[in-house]
Design a protein around this ligand. Structure first.
Ligand code: GRG
Length: 295
């Protein structure tokens, strides 16, 4: 019998956490403070959406989860670095992340900057250990991650986001920010999963469309949750976007239209899975779960 989505997610998270535990410098390894901070941030909760999507994308292409684990760990490390830096006083200035005190609140600002840097560096070291495939070398996969995390995508999106604070942005401008800041890393997560399974060109193309639409849907939902959920439920400060006058989907198009937009984008993502038939079912279920999520 097919595993339920809950069981699948629990199993995948255990695999990813086990692999990250093995890849990261051990607790107590010197210098102790930085390795403790890195482990505090990585093992302090988090939904693990990006690594789970990476593993499920590999399976949709007929690959094994085991071969996608380095890529899955790498995207989670890059994502966590971005959260650590995003929480710093010079950025979003937040005290709470994943239900507990942010890295700089526990270890100080300098250590949090270094911790983010170290997680980002480690992400590339881990991905470089991925087994190259016939169609995709490990070097190509490293380049893929570098693009998603660089000044044209993740960092560039953060810059546009900071510049947009307090301004009235159009829907197009909002999409441009979130394509770069959020969708790019989600898209890369599924693309790296596909690459680790030596995906055919058409499969990689389909998953690129899936990851892009799902990545944008994820941000619309994140914006909706920021205004509809409590801090306790989210594990991060709710209502933050309104407080700093951030342009969000609910602010630009209203709550109801934002919900429709999230449904429309999730529908686009699901349609992109058609070429996989039954093998795309798990990704379809994850997309549905992401649309309904409350945290
Ligand atoms: C380079 C100084 C420097 C900073 C980088 C790029 C960046 C700062 C920040 C972007 C981080 C960010 C807040 C992206 C938005 C995406 C988002 C809503 C992330 C939350 O993702 P979840 O809900 O988090 O998957 P969990 O905790 O579940 O992993």
């Amino acid at each position: 019998m097919k595993t339920s989505l809950d069981d699948y997610l629990n199993e995948a998270v255990l695999e990813v956490d086990g692999a990250m535990d093995g890849f990261l410098p051990a607790h107590g390894e010197r210098p102790g403070a930085i390795h403790e901070a890195m482990r505090y941030c990585i093992f302090g909760g988090g939904k693990r959406l990006r690594p789970v999507l990476c593993l499920a994308a590999a399976e949709a292409c007929g690959g094994k989860r085991k071969n996608a684990l380095p890529a899955a760990c790498a995207v989670e490390l890059m994502h966590t670095y971005s959260l650590v830096h995003d929480d710093l006083p010079c950025m979003d200035d937040d005290d709470l992340r994943r239900g507990r005190a942010t890295c700089h609140k526990v270890y100080g600002e300098a250590m949090a900057v270094l911790c983010g840097d170290a997680l980002l560096t480690e992400a590339f070291s881990i991905l470089a250990q991925a087994k190259g495939r016939k169609r995709y070398s490990a070097g190509l996969m490293v380049k893929e991650l570098a693009l998603a995390g660089g000044s044209r995508k993740l960092i560039g999106g953060q810059v546009l986001d900071l510049e947009g604070e307090g301004k009235r942005l159009s829907h197009e401008e909002l999409v441009r920010i979130h394509e770069a800041k959020t969708a790019a890393l989600l898209m890369t997560s599924v693309r790296l999963g596909a690459m680790s399974a030596n995906a055919e060109e058409a499969e990689l193309e389909a998953l690129t469309g899936f990851g892009y639409a799902l990545g944008l849907a994820f941000q619309v939902i994140d914006d909706i949750l920021d205004v509809t959920q409590t801090t306790a439920n989210l594990g991060k400060t709710a209502g933050k976007d309104v407080a700093v006058e951030k342009a969000t989907y609910p602010a630009v198009m209203g709550l109801e239209e934002s919900r429709k937009e999230a449904e429309r984008l999730t529908g686009d993502a699901m349609s992109a899975l058609e070429i996989f038939g039954k093998q795309g079912r798990r990704l379809w279920e994850i997309a549905e779960w992401m649309l309904k999520r409350e945290y």
